[in-house]
Design a protein around this ligand. Structure first.
Ligand code: CP
Length: 294
């Protein structure tokens, strides 16, 4: 495999292998790759976690990280993403991590470049490294996925995390459910009332309201949204003893989740961030190992 642009590329056994490799790295440390590789992180949308944890993983693997500032690049002069990728290939980059607002941006690139492409998130499409770190976090808690009840709650129709995770978790044997306001369900079958699932779910995965992807103002105040569709302190008390709370972050405190729950015992939100470094190192190792045949 030369690229990772969608979780759909990975068979269940490949997802599990990456999760187990990330777990090994978390326990024993991230080993340096045998060969010298050059990588750059092209983020055309804002990011804190994905960009920084990819860079941390790259440095710990011993890669040379070539700086790229999308906000000060020739993209501002109208250069296409395809031409940017071909330019960086000509300069000698081996791999690029790309986040871009266009759904499926990678379809215009894959097959026309030898640079390894890792998708750091495309519009409302896919976010495979987030999905794998979420799988790792669930695996750490439960040791398997078979039969787990996972409730993905929030702005599901705009969420690349919901799309990637629903696909991955379903193929791994989990029961995936969605909760959102009726008008935000998109292609998903969704419930709109927490009472239907709060006592039976093993994983509550909350999603940020992505105001930047909505054409219209939200029909609810922040307080109304939290009361109807958010994880409130009262609802958290109804969760099973060993249930966990997840969120890809960034978090809108007091909207999709009560602020005091973010660092509560059931929360794995900062564990997810920590696990992201190991999963991203495992992804890069898988894609680059032996790539240049040197
Ligand atoms: N979860 C996630 O993708 O966060 P960032 O936007 O900060 O990278």
């Amino acid at each position: 495999m030369n690229n990772l642009v969608s979780i759909k590329q990975l068979q269940p056994e490949q997802m599990i292998a990456l999760v187990k490799r990330a777990a090994e790295m978390k326990k024993d440390g991230i080993p340096r790759l045998d060969e010298q590789y050059y990588i750059s992180n092209l983020f055309f949308e804002p990011s804190t976690r994905t960009k920084t944890s990819f860079e941390m993983a790259e440095r710990r693997l011993g890669l040379e990280v070539v700086p790229f500032d999308a906000g000060f690049s020739s993209a501002l002069k109208g250069e296409t993403l395809y031409d940017t990728v071909k330019t960086l290939e000509a300069i000698g980059l081996d791999a690029l991590v790309i986040r871009h607002e266009e759904d499926g941006y990678y379809e215009k690139i894959i097959g026309k470049t030898n640079v390894t492409i890792i998708n750091g998130g495309d519009g409302s499409g896919q976010h495979p490294s987030q999905s794998l770190l979420d799988l790792f976090t669930i695996y750490e808690q439960f040791g398997s996925f078979e039969g787990l009840n996972v409730l993905i709650a929030g702005d599901v129709s705009h969420s690349r995390v919901a799309r990637s995770n629903a696909d991955a978790l379903t193929r791994l044997g989990a029961n995936v459910h969605f909760l959102c306001p009726p008008e935000w369900k998109g292609e998903f079958e969704a419930i709109h009332d927490w009472d239907e699932m709060i006592e039976t779910c093993d994983v509550v995965m909350l999603l940020r309201v992505q105001h930047e992807r909505h054409d219209e103002e939200m029909a609810y105040t922040k307080e109304e949204y939290h009361e109807r569709f958010g994880l409130t302190v009262e609802r958290e008390r109804q969760l099973k003893e060993d249930a966990i709370i997840m969120h890809p972050a960034p978090v809108n405190r007091g909207v999709e989740i009560a602020s005091e729950l973010i660092e509560s015992p059931k929360s794995r939100i900062f564990t997810q961030v920590e696990n992201g470094v190991y999963v991203r190192a495992a992804i890069i190792e898988m894609l680059l190992h032996g790539r240049n045949g040197r």
